[in-house]
Write a protein that binds this ligand. Structure first.
Ligand code: NAD
Length: 342
């Protein structure tokens, strides 16, 4: 009998995971119709990541761990992003210690020892909607695009123009080119109102606010999109040209966006060391149910843009940011998964 091929099992498992995740990605990103709960998807994704780390030879260029999102729909004009729209690493430790683990990774990468001063972080909400890039030229909104596969998105300008809180013209003295990255989402009250009206008329209802937002933005008829009220919150940026006094921290960038008239969620903090992140995580856990929209967790970012540049990117994710989900969220999704299977 030939000796057992020690890599046969991981290779088969990796191929299976890649095939399953590719199917789930297509359903989620392209069709806006997820096949499995997020927690199940995350567990499979992390299993594949672990397998690829233990067996780097199993990592393929088309692996879901190496790419962002899904292919853009051909019904929309393609938009090539000047600066790619990436994903965010999810912290695997969902307890408060997740913030400490992130801080340790950052300090190690920066070569900081225990006697060096703490790193300053920004913390904000992880909005559960659809990533959008808004391009302003000389302060005027000229284009809105989805993330797509991160390199190429879909031109959804007409639909995004129906979001009332997205300014068509920025205030103050914005740079010559400013690409704002943020999330389009449906508030819970608007979701309930929309579904109640649909039910009254015997029409199909939306599955959840995230799918409501994604389906509305990637809607071929802007009149339909206009009937589904969406909100937008800025959390980042892409290409910037001609901003002589550009701020040098993440939190000051968001303050500047707010001054330009862009919506930025008030739930955000910045401060030294992981304690700032732990406190924010605990505060948002308590406030979560009273927020007007769904969140997917919180996001921690290194505040200094110089340090962000030093830390850079790994695959499809910035090294200077991490998403931290709440354990209860994962549990409730699991219960839902069990309900579905029964
Ligand atoms: P992600 O949601 O994990 O992280 C990146 C995205 O976070 C960005 O594109 C941005 O849109 C968003 N974001 C929200 N708030 C932000 C903030 N404050 N700062 C920066 N970004 C912020 O993105 P992803 O790569 O699409 O990750 C996949 C996630 O989507 C998984 O966690 C999974 O649960 C879910 N998913 C589910 C299925 C499914 O079948 N259920 C399939 C694919 C993906």
């Amino acid at each position: 009998m030939p000796p057992p091929d020690l890599f046969a099992q991981p290779a088969e498992r990796a191929a299976q995971l890649r095939a399953d995740l590719a199917r789930y990605d297509h359903a989620y990103y392209v069709l806006d119709a997820p096949l499995v709960p997020d927690a199940d998807y995350d567990a499979l994704f992390q299993e594949l990541q672990r397998l690829e780390e233990e067996h780097p030879e199993l990592r393929t260029a088309d692996s879901p761990t190496q790419r962002v999102g899904g292919s853009p729909l051909p019904a929309f004009a393609p938009v090539r992003h000047a600066v790619p729209m990436l994903s965010i690493q999810t912290e695997t430790d969902t307890t408060l210690q997740g913030a400490v683990a992130f801080d340790l990774r950052v300090r190690n990468k920066l070569g900081l020892g225990p006697d060096d001063p703490p790193v300053t972080y920004a913390a904000e909400l992880k909005f559960d909607g659809l990533a959008i890039s808004l391009r302003y030229e000389r302060g005027v909104l000229v284009q809105a695009a989805t993330r797509g596969d991160g390199e190429t998105g879909e031109d959804v300008t007409q639909n995004v123009r129906t979001i009332r809180s997205v300014p068509l013209q920025l205030r103050g003295n914005p740079p010559e080119v400013l690409e704002i990255r943020g999330e389009a989402l449906m508030k819970r009250a608007d979701f309930e109102r929309y579904n109640a009206r649909q039910r009254e008329h015997g029409l199909p209802t939306l599955v959840n606010p995230r799918n409501g937002a994604a389906g509305s933005i990637r809607q071929l008829d802007p009149r339909v999109a206009a009937q589904r009220p969406l909100a937008f919150y800025a959390y980042g940026w892409g290409e910037i040209v001609g901003w002589s006094d550009q701020p040098d921290t993440h939190h000051a960038m968001l303050d500047a966006f707010e001054a330009f008239g862009l919506p930025v969620a008030p739930q955000r903090v910045h401060g030294a060391g992981p304690q700032t992140l732990i406190d924010f995580h605990a505060r948002i856990a308590a406030e979560r149910d009273s927020l007007p929209f769904d969140i997917d967790g919180v996001v921690y970012k290194v505040d200094s843009l110089a340090l962000q540049r030093e830390l850079g990117f790994r695959n499809r994710e910035p090294v200077w940011a991490v998403a931290h989900k709440y354990p209860a969220q994962e549990r409730s999704t699991r219960v839902l998964a069990i309900d579905i299977q029964v």
